[in-house]
Design a protein around this ligand. Structure first.
Ligand code: UDP
Length: 327
């Protein structure tokens, strides 16, 4: 198949591109490199089945052309990371809503399958864990910018489902839960690369809040494997699906594990949310996916647990540091 990845130079997109190429598909990427990086895809350039365009998904004429040449579109391009979202809410909303509008409008003209990337953030502060796809979304007030991300992604979901219903556009909506692995940067606040870099540098490991909040981390390899299977699963069309791992860990415990695994002597410090993000910042106390639906559909089960994830991330950050030191 000819597969178009918007945001393909990002962390998840570049892993997906690698897998799809290995499976024999042709992959093209469009990315404006706002949060993605050329380094993520430079090793793919020698593959004749790979091509890329550095531009924004808001360029309608370009998107019409690229979508025309593709059989499937994975729409990953978006503003990501809670830090970025709190600092640049206008950009977040515009990129996430308008970008998806452009992709769906152009895909609808040709009836191309679109996989729309949503997020576990849409479940918001809900206390009903594990989060099932048919659960209510519990978001905070509009003057707390964090919620703009969840809302913009929820609008993407509504829009995609509206295209499916009204125009018969094949869409699949995936809600990703804290995907992690090599190449993820800590620059946008993501906790695991941040803790690993801090521990390896002997700097304080910064736990925000009291550290009792939990997350369930999913290895990027498990995510892209599921995505490649969904692409050829007709029963996935018109569905909203969680992709995650049910292994839950508190952020305080995560800091301890990172320190132990790196053999670091870094102190673990607590930083109030107000200081880390903005005054009145709200975090979600727990986040665990229900993966029953995607298991029933494609037999999905995560294969890489948290300890293994940490070992792989630590090895990759160590390798990056060694390369940077040689430069
Ligand atoms: N976090 C932290 N220290 C950091 C970065 C993040 O304690 O340096 C916390 C953050 O407040 C949240 C969790 O780790 O409770 C996961 O944060 P991340 O930004 O990775 O993803 P989120 O689940 O918030 O989208």
């Amino acid at each position: 198949m000819r597969v178009l990845l918007t945001g393909g130079a990002g962390f998840i997109g570049s892993h997906l591109a690698e897998l799809l190429l290995a499976q024999g598909h042709a992959v093209s990427i469009v990315d404006d490199l706002s949060t993605g990086s050329f380094d993520n895809i430079s090793h793919l350039r020698s593959n004749p089945a790979f091509s890329y365009v550095i531009d924004t998904v808001m360029n309608e004429r370009l998107m019409a052309e690229l979508i025309d040449q593709a059989d499937v579109v994975f729409h990953l391009a978006a503003a990501v990371g809670v830090k970025l979202i709190v600092e640049a809410p206008t950009r977040t909303i515009h990129t996430n809503v308008h970008g998806t509008e452009v992709v769906l409008t152009q895909a609808a003209k040709k009836g191309k399958l679109v996989v729309v990337f949503s997020t576990s953030e849409v479940y918001g502060k809900s206390a009903t864990v594990p989060f099932r796809e048919d659960a209510d979304l519990v978001l905070g007030p509009t003057f707390k910018h964090r919620w703009a991300y969840a809302c913009s992604k929820a609008i993407d979901e509504f829009l995609a489902l509206a295209y499916y219903r009204e125009r018969r556009l094949p869409v699949i909506i995936v809600r990703l839960f804290n995907t992690v692995g090599p190449r993820q940067t800590g620059r946008y606040g993501m906790v695991i690369p941040t803790f690993v870099r801090q521990a390896l540098a002997g700097e304080p490991i910064t736990v925000y809040g009291d550290g009792t909040q939990t997350r369930s981390f999913t290895y990027v390899g498990d995510v892209v494997d599921a995505l490649s299977r969904l692409m050829t699963t007709p029963a996935a069309v018109g569905q909203v699906l969680n992709i995650g791992n049910t292994e839950e860990v508190s952020i305080g415990e995560l800091a301890e594990r990172v320190r132990a695994k790196t053999g670091s002597r870094s102190p673990i410090v607590r930083i109030p949310y107000d200081e880390a993000y903005e005054a009145g910042f709200e975090d979600m106390p727990r986040r665990v996916p229900s993966i029953e639906k995607i298991h029933a559909l494609i037999g999905y089960r995560p294969t890489v647990g948290l300890d293994e994830i940490l070992e792989r991330v630590i090895a990759s950050v160590r390798a990056d540091i060694a390369v940077a030191d040689r430069r």
